[in-house]
Design a protein around this ligand. Structure first.
Ligand SMILES: Cc1cc2nc3c(=O)[nH]c(=O)nc-3n(C[C@H](O)[C@H](O)[C@H](O)COP(=O)(O)OP(=O)(O)OC[C@H]3O[C@@H](n4cnc5c(N)ncnc54)[C@H](O)[C@@H]3O)c2cc1C
Length: 453
């Protein structure tokens, strides 16, 4: 049945973390609100877990989220895409021709992987990783005996994929045009030692090189030509290339409607309002500001999409709520190491005109007399003018995420090096270094020493 006319109080376009969080929060605050969600895919997915599904750690179906997450709270979930939108009239047509009118629109269409316009990048064995189709196609390639994978982009998603393919016994090349891995996440002094860790795992890491051309045969990639003159051959029927070079906002539907946008996507204010009345947006389809210097910054993370969507739902429900901005706490795994970062790296801070002071702390992960003590490294970035903490990086053999969250809280609370150096921490032989030292406190003290000298 098509061409139905459906009236709803709130229409949500998109069913990722932003769409789901918005619906659940609004239904909790205002249970009687009628909400309709348009989302084309059969399942929402936990994208972060895809590399581990590709590695074979669990059945790929485990990355699917249950539709009941929204239907159980009373949201009308329509498994279709919005194909036409009139933002001012709050009217939307779906891909089957049904027409929706709403009092409020919530835009949460996310972002898509960028595939650079390199000759040959349209070959059939060139992939990106996000959708169910991507995941299933890659699983099929691996299960059908792919022997070589070329991963382009050595950010967190690229590294996680390279490791997944390597642990499936494949020959893996990881390529980046930057001179180091994780350039957006951590500074050179933290990332350079990771190169050896990656290479020791048997991954061929090629840095400072661009993919210039992909040679095809029968629409399949058979050779990658790099700017350093190197060529890498692929078996065109068996092997594959995967791009993980960044995301761009999915905003095509909203073009030409007077909706304010920038390079990162839809522009929203601190209440997630767009420039069009009663049209809200959140998540990867939006741009936003840094919570540190209040200037625009990228941050396409689920951990940003969720608080943005919560803010939007609270505002729609009539609460007085504002979103402070992205702090960009993020974590990844590089072989047996856990790497996490938050706020600004030293490099980013300098690019944004902030004079920095840096501190390093290093301890073992457990008491040093315990079996297999690993290394825990912490780097703190602070504003040299007022000693406010503005960034941190952690490398640990145990979880780095819990350590980085402490530093994020310090940034959010505008703590100084002096404040964080007084952190009251715990100590236990299996879980920390000895009571005499915390790597976070040590990093702050180290930065304070440089400030004084
Ligand atoms: C491989 C991978 C690993 C990641 N790992 C992490 C991680 O470890 N930590 C982290 O914080 N973040 C991670 N991310 C990023 C995170 O997944 C995103 O930031 C998050 O999903 C953004 O949520 P969103 O709801 O804004 O957008 P999305 O999750 O992209 O959802 C967008 C939704 O909009 C729908 N949509 C688009 N167009 C239309 C239309 N026309 N009509 C209707 N619906 C439409 C889509 O189908 C989808 O349902 C990862 C991403 C990927 C791809």
């Amino acid at each position: 049945m098509a061409d139905r006319k459906i009236k709803t109080e709130v229409l949500v376009i998109g069913g990722g973390p932003a769409g789901i969080t918005f619906c659940r929060t609004l239904k909790k605050l205002k249970p009687k609100t009628t909400i309709t969600m348009l989302r084309p895919e059969k399942h929402s997915m936990v994208y972060c877990a895809i590399p581990y599904a590709l590695e074979g750690l669990f059945d790929p179906s485990k990355v699917f989220k249950r539709n009941e997450l929204v239907t159980d709270v009373g949201v009308d979930l329509i498994q279709r895409a919005a194909s036409k939108v009139d933002l001012k009239a709050k009217s939307v047509v779906d891909d089957a021709g049904d027409v929706y009118t709403a009092d409020i629109l919530f835009l949460a269409t996310g972002a898509n992987n960028i595939v650079p316009p390199i000759p040959g990048s349209d070959a059939m064995n060139v992939y990106t990783v996000k959708t169910q189709r991507d995941m299933e196609a890659l699983r099929e390639k691996i299960d059908n005996g792919a022997k070589r994978a070329i991963v382009v982009g050595a950010g967190a998603i690229g590294i996680e994929q390279a490791q997944a393919y390597r642990s499936r016994g494949m020959d893996v090349c990881l390529i980046d045009m930057a001179s180091r891995v994780l350039p957006a996440m951590a500074d050179e002094d933290m990332t350079t030692p990771l190169h050896e860790t990656i290479r020791q795992q048997g991954i061929k890491l090629i840095l400072s090189s661009k993919v210039e051309r992909i040679k095809k045969t029968d629409k399949q990639a058979e050779q990658v030509v790099l700017s350093n003159g190197e060529t890498i051959n692929l078996n065109p029927t068996r092997d594959f290339i995967c791009f993980a070079v960044g995301m761009e906002p999915e905003v095509r539907l909203f073009q030409g409607q007077g909706l304010e946008m920038d390079q990162e996507g839809i522009v929203v204010d601190s209440r997630m309002r767009t420039n069009i009345p009663d049209v809200y947006a959140a998540g990867d389809c939006c741009g936003y500001i840094s919570g540190i210097d209040k200037k625009p910054i990228g941050g396409k993370l689920a951990t940003n999409a969720v608080p943005m969507a919560k803010t939007a739902a609270c505002v729609v429900a009539g609460e007085n709520m504002e979103y402070a901005g992205f702090f960009n706490g993020a974590a990844t795994c590089v072989c047996n190491l856990r790497v996490a970062s938050t706020g600004f790296t030293d490099e980013t801070a300098q690019q944004r005109g902030i004079k920095t002071v840096l501190g390093r702390g290093e301890t073992t992960t457990v008491f040093p007399m315990m079996p297999d003590p690993g290394s825990l490294q912490v780097k703190i970035v602070a504003d040299a003018d007022d000693s406010r903490i503005i960034g941190g990086q952690v490398i640990n053999v145990l979880s780095a995420a819990d350590k980085i969250d402490i530093i994020t809280l310090a940034i959010q609370q505008r703590l100084t090096l002096q404040d964080l150096s007084k952190l009251s921490y715990s100590a236990q032989p299996w879980q920390s270094y000895m009571p005499a030292r915390s790597a976070i406190v040590q990093a702050c003290e180290n930065a304070l020493n440089s400030l004084e000298s």
